[in-house]
Write a protein of this length. Structure first.
Length: 432
């Protein structure tokens, strides 16, 4: 332990900060055991799906050109469908990011005159232009698709009366964002999502229920497909890519919904039959194989961060003792200086570009400057150690990732060190 502490000191962590971190860590043994049990279950679930779908060495090879008869691509989609308990899946490198996957799912399953409803409040910032909340070329609004949202109640629960009133004759699709995005509301459990799906389908059975599953995969033993979601959508450079997928997204769901998405991604008449995998299937398969344990590492980091910063008096969501339903940890600092210092500390802990200093910038798809810390092997990968925040009140930062728990721990200590170094936190407060 002395050798470890000396190496932390060599890498810029003061002894007081290291000691505070160790004191926090001693309180988390039980939580960490629970995370390991969930990871073991999900690891077996992934292996079982791969075995039942008969993944072979030939599946790891790629195709070029049209991608006809791509065994590895088609088998991978069968594996995803089995893991997410859905009829079908679309898993492609041609889906560029999570926002693209969500836009694809929405645009392929809504038609002019249809209505879209968000019963969980405001969607993630980048979806505002997809929907047309903020005017943008090619938005759903330009195609005559209406949008309504029902805000959550003050306690973060669903406003069922308002949801019932908002579902009308034109309402075709309900979008449920599992994670909090740039908000300080709770993330929804799979069980809560299931209750909401059952409620809206009880009002209008033919509604399509889409779940934005970003940051939530493998956090619980169940997924939204287990509780009636018609589409489950996410990014491969988050949890399910296990840190190895260099690009990609997925849509798992009812066969008709996935088929619509495939025709939108490629072309009517072509659908899933084309789309070369270009030699990256091994990364997709191996990343998926590693995803349960990588997600567990990120969860441990999130819980460590919650308890560490809660102990210093900062507002954190979820708090240090709450159950976890995604890998994101929000910490509200109240000042832009503290948000920037936190992100710069995370960047300084990175294996790639640790010498770079992140600053806020006008990022496409956002309505304020955003600062992002992500010294990652895959650019923008938020299953890797990363943090980001809009530079606007309440000045909350959103931390996630860590391919290994040990790296997540170092990054969190480095963020605390950055606050101390800039005079934004007194080391005398580092006591449980």
């Amino acid at each position: 332990m002395e050798e470890i502490q000396n190496l932390y000191a060599h890498m810029g962590i003061d002894s007081e900060i290291y000691a505070y971190g160790e004191a926090v860590l001693k309180t988390l043994a039980g939580r960490f055991r629970q995370i390991d049990e969930i990871a073991e279950y999900n690891q077996l679930k992934v292996i079982n799906a791969m075995q039942e779908c008969q993944v072979s060495e030939a599946c790891l090879l790629g195709t070029t050109g049209y991608g006809y008869n791509d065994l590895g691509r088609d088998t991978l989609e069968a594996v995803y469908a089995k893991i997410f308990r859905t009829e079908d899946a679309l898993v492609r490198p041609q889906i560029t990011c999570g926002t693209h996957a969500l836009a694809l799912a929405l645009m392929s399953n809504l038609r002019p005159g249809d209505g879209l409803l968000s019963p969980v409040g405001k969607p993630y910032d980048t979806l505002e232009e997809v929907i047309g909340i903020r005017p943008s070329k090619g938005s759903l609004a330009e195609y005559g698709i209406s949008y309504r949202q029902v805000d959550l109640l003050a306690d973060g629960s669903f406003d069922y009366d308002a949801i019932r009133a908002a579902i009308g004759e034109r309402t075709r699709l309900v979008t449920i964002q599992r994670s909090k995005g740039y908000q300080t509301r709770p993330t929804f459990s799979v069980g809560q999502i299931g209750e909401l799906i059952a409620f809206v389908k009880g009002i209008k059975p033919d509604l399509i229920c889409m779940v934005d599953n970003c940051y939530g995969e493998f956090v619980e033993t169940a997924e939204p497909g287990d509780v009636g979601a018609d589409m489950v959508v996410g990014s491969l450079i988050k949890n399910p890519g296990g840190g190895l997928a260099p690009i990609g997204g997925y849509i798992a769901g009812r066969k008709a919904c996935v088929e619509n998405a495939a025709y939108r991604l490629t072309s009517p008449g072509l659908g899933k039959e084309v789309g070369a995998s270009l030699g990256i299937l091994k990364d997709f398969y191996q990343g998926l194989f590693l995803a349960p344990t990588v997600t567990a590492s990120a969860l441990k980091g999130a819980i460590f961060a919650a308890n560490l910063y809660e102990g210093l008096g900062y507002a954190v969501v979820p708090d240090g003792s709450e159950s976890r339903h995604d890998i994101i940890q929000a910490v509200t600092f109240g000042t832009p200086e503290a948000v920037i210092a936190f992100c710069q500390g995370i960047q300084a802990a990175a294996p790639v570009d640790s010498h770079v200093t992140p600053e806020g910038w006008d990022m496409p798809g956002y309505d304020s400057q955003v600062i992002m810390a992500a010294g990652a092997f895959v650019s923008g990968s938020s299953i890797e150690l990363s943090a980001d925040a809009p530079i606007k009140p309440p000045y909350a930062v959103y931390f996630q990732g860590g391919l290994t728990w040990q790296h997540a721990k170092f990054g969190i200590l480095k963020s605390l060190q950055s606050l101390v170094n800039r005079g934004l936190l007194d080391k005398n407060s580092l006591k449980l």
